[in-house]
Write a protein that binds this ligand. Sequence first.
Ligand code: GAP
Length: 516
Amino acid sequence: MTQEELFKKLIAHSKEYGFVFQSSEIYDGLSAVYDYGQNGVELKNNIRQYWWEAMTRLNENIVGIDSAIFMHPKVWTASGHVGAFSDPLIDNKDSKKRYRADVLIEEWIEKQSEKISKEVTKAKKRFGDSFDEAMFIKTNPRVLETQEKIDTVSNRMATSLGEDDLAEVKKIIEDCEIACPVSGTRNWTEVRHFNLMFDTKMGSVSDDANVIYLRPETAQGIFVNYLNVQKTGRMKLPFGIAQIGKAFRNEIVARQFVFRMREFEQMEMQFFVRPGEELEWFEFWKEKRMRWHTALGFGDDNYRFHEHAKLAHYANAAFDIEYKFPFGFKEVEGIHSRTDFDLASHQKLSGKKLQYFDSELNKNYVPYVVETSIGLDRTFLMVLSAAYTEEKITRDNGKVDERVVLRIPPALAPIKLGVFPLVNKDGLPDKARQIMDDLKVDFKCQYEEKDSIGKRYRRHDAIGTPFCVTIDHQSLEDNTVTIRHRDTMEQERVDASRLREIMEEKVSMKSLLRSI
Ligand code: GAP
């Protein structure tokens, strides 16, 4: 199965099992907007909890807030979003399709890298065990030529975007002979800016209504509240403020399911530090955030850091944490050193002092900020991509069965326990209900009595339920039940009174938090 096929299956699976639905589907959907279903919302809540507790419980100097989506329009002038929050846009005149110019170039670079990988694979086959990959990459003329092209184009792109030279961006597209994937032609418009903020009006009378924006990041709600929190919480530097909330961007190219949406959710933390110490804290948070990811157990090799070639208007250093999605390594989280850009701009435009008094230095200053910013929806997609597994199972009678199982880390799984009476009679449902009522206070459980036990197991495999218990006639006599483990499919007979203890360690958020 190709990665593309796998991704298509994942999308279909998400819908079939109540994780994600297209928004307004009965009206043919709204592009790049999605709704989370009954299982999706549980998974999303669990990811949210994992992040929130890792930030605000495990770090004594980080507190949370929940600021409004609507903010004074001047916030977005000060933050630079009104002037500079745009993507370079280009249209193909024949297909009338609209693209992000930088994405077209990045895709071209990706194709060149694939060419190199193909050369390496071919050579590996040809030379067998004696193949020295590093030497081959350093010396093979075709590889060297392709790598030089990649380096030249990457540098040109970084410089032109950095200098806001859109004519040069177009020239790169022409020089690389990039064609529209739909029309196949190279009949392009000029490259121009496209601001990504959605606006609306606030006020009942249209004449005096003010234009306000739907926030494109949650971070500004933290910046404008920084002094409120510092003073009321008597916070001392360094300290952080965390927030989870919706953000909105009118993305030009919105695709890849919940990876790039127009309405999405961010989990952001601004860490306020002494000026001059920001790059040390930047390294600290890079490592710490990577540990949060790898604790999920999806394989360290599936993550990498990516340094930004083009820094956002507010940053002096920026790295992404990328995860290997079925469509390649892509950004899940950004770690940015934002200097004092935001606080200093707000101080200037609002005329209100946003300084911190450092009693050790006996000095007032505007703190510097290191930000960690992770997309909740992207993390959700990361978990599903890592978890989705198709397995062949050989039965005792030699028959081969297939199952789709979501190997979601148990602490994040939407349902922790499936509770099944073997048959729907003889007092088994009552006994099952008793067990369910006892455990549902601690864990999200689901009671199911329809279909064969095998079918019920499959349904719960497909939504990632780590444990299922079956209550049979013996349970009525000795209070034992069969507990079945999702990943190994092993079944064991245990006393029902031990279920809480057996599950607690495996499914609790505490264990996951301890492992960071
Ligand atoms: N406050 C900094 C900031 O917003 P960003 O790199 O633009 O930085 C941070 O966004 C994270 O938000 C990204 O790493 C990504 O996970 C998520 N994100 C950004 N745009 C998104 C979109 N259109 N759809 C889904 N997630 C998005």
